[in-house]
Write a protein that binds this ligand. Structure first.
Ligand code: G3P
Ligand code: CA
Length: 302
C-alpha cells in the first residue's frame, strides 16, 4: 500500500466489524467477533442494550425476536419481546440466528470453528471485553472496540458502559475504544463521563450528513448539529455512507473530526472496491462493514 493515506491522521483507515462478522455469522456473538478478528478487523462493534435486571448485552435491536429464538422460548411480555422486559438469565437461554446475506450455505467461511463453547449466545458487554482483552494479550494484537450506546438512550446505561470499560482495563488511548451514539445528548454525556473517570477514548456522533444553511453537520436522533458544534464534544462522526462527499470529509477534517462511514454491505471484493475505494481516496478515516474480509482487502490495496 501507499506510504500515506488521506485520513485525518495519515494512518490507515480503520475496518470496523459491524456487529462482528455479521454478514457470515449470528450478529453480535463471540463467534462472530472471533471470525471478524481473524478476517482482519481493526475494531469490533457491539451495540449495547440493557436487560430488565440492569445487565448490558450486545444486541442491536430493542427487541429480541429478529435475531434470536425468543418467540420459541418465551411468551410475549408486555405485548412483545423487548430486551428491557427480560432478565439476563432468560436472555442467556436464547440462541442467536444467522441473518447475514452470506450466512449458512452461502458463507465462504464455513470451515471456521469458534474457539469458545456456545459461540452463538447473546454475550454481555463484560464478556465481549473479557474476550477481546484475552485475545489481544494472547496474540500480541491491539484490536479495538467501538461500542454503541443504543436507543433507548439512558444515562444509567451510559454510566454502566463506562464502568464496564474501566473495570476491564480499557482506559487509555492504547486500548483503542471509540464510543458512539445517534443521540447528541449521549455523546455529550459519554464525553463528560470519560473525563470524570480520567479515561481516554474517542467519541463519535452518528447520523446522516446534512448541509443546512450552507453549514455541514450531522442529523442524529435528536436533531441537527453542525460539525463545528460537534467538534467541541466529539472526536469524530459516523455517518451513513450515501451522504458522504469529498467536501464533507474536508469540512470535518478542517475541524479535527474523523469521518467513519456506515454500513458497507458488499457481497464480493469487486463490489467492495467500487463502494469503498472512492471514499478512501477522499480521506475517509474508517468504515463499518458486515464483511470484514472484503473491507480489509480494499484498505490493504490502498
Ligand atoms: O453504529 C454504526 C452503525 O452501526 C449504525 O447503524 O443501526 O447498524 O447500529 P446500526
Ligand atoms: Ca451500531
Amino acid at each position: 500500500h501507499a506510504a500515506s493515506y488521506n485520513t485525518l491522521t495519515g494512518e490507515a483507515p480503520i475496518v470496523v466489524a459491524h456487529r462482528g462478522a455479521s454478514g457470515y455469522l449470528p450478529e453480535e456473538t463471540l463467534g462472530s467477533y472471533e471470525l471478524a478478528i481473524k478476517l482482519g478487523a481493526d475494531y469490533i462493534e457491539p451495540d449495547v442494550q440493557m436487560t430488565s435486571d440492569g445487565h448490558l448485552v450486545a444486541m442491536h435491536d430493542t427487541t429480541l425476536n429478529r435475531t434470536t429464538d425468543a418467540a420459541e422460548m418465551f411468551a410475549p411480555r408486555n405485548g412483545g419481546y423487548r430486551v428491557k422486559d427480560f432478565t439476563l438469565a432468560e436472555i442467556k437461554q436464547l440462541t442467536v440466528k444467522p441473518t447475514g446475506a452470506l450466512s449458512g450455505d452461502k458463507s465462504p467461511h464455513q470451515d471456521f470453528v469458534p474457539s469458545m463453547g456456545d459461540p452463538y449466545k447473546v454475550p454481555t458487554l463484560d464478556e465481549v471485553l473479557t474476550y477481546l482483552k484475552d485475545y489481544n494479550t494472547a496474540n500480541g494484537t491491539s484490536v479495538g472496540i467501538y461500542p454503541e450506546a443504543k436507543s433507548p438512550f439512558d444515562s444509567v446505561k451510559e454510566q454502566k458502559i463506562i464502568d464496564s470499560l474501566k473495570s476491564h482495563g480499557f482506559t487509555t488511548a492504547a486500548d483503542k475504544v471509540i464510543l458512539q451514539s445517534f443521540a447528541y445528548e449521549s455523546v455529550v454525556n459519554l464525553t463528560s463521563l470519560l473525563e470524570t473517570n480520567g479515561m481516554e477514548a474517542e467519541v463519535a456522533q452518528l447520523g446522516s450528513v446534512r448541509l443546512q444553511d450552507g453549514v455541514y453537520g450531522v442529523s442524529g436522533s435528536d436533531g441537527f448539529n453542525s460539525l463545528e458544534k460537534l467538534a467541541e464534544v466529539a472526536t469524530g462522526v459516523g455517518v451513513s455512507y450515501g451522504g458522504i462527499t469529498e467536501a464533507f470529509i474536508k469540512a470535518a477534517h478542517d475541524l479535527g473530526l474523523k469521518v467513519h462511514a456506515y454500513t458497507f454491505r458488499p457481497l464480493s471484493e469487486e463490489e467492495a472496491f467500487a463502494m469503498i475505494q472512492p471514499m478512501l481516496d477522499w480521506g475517509l478515516d474508517g468504515f463499518f462493514t458486515d464483511y470484514t474480509d472484503f473491507g480489509r482487502t480494499v484498505v490493504d490495496a490502498q
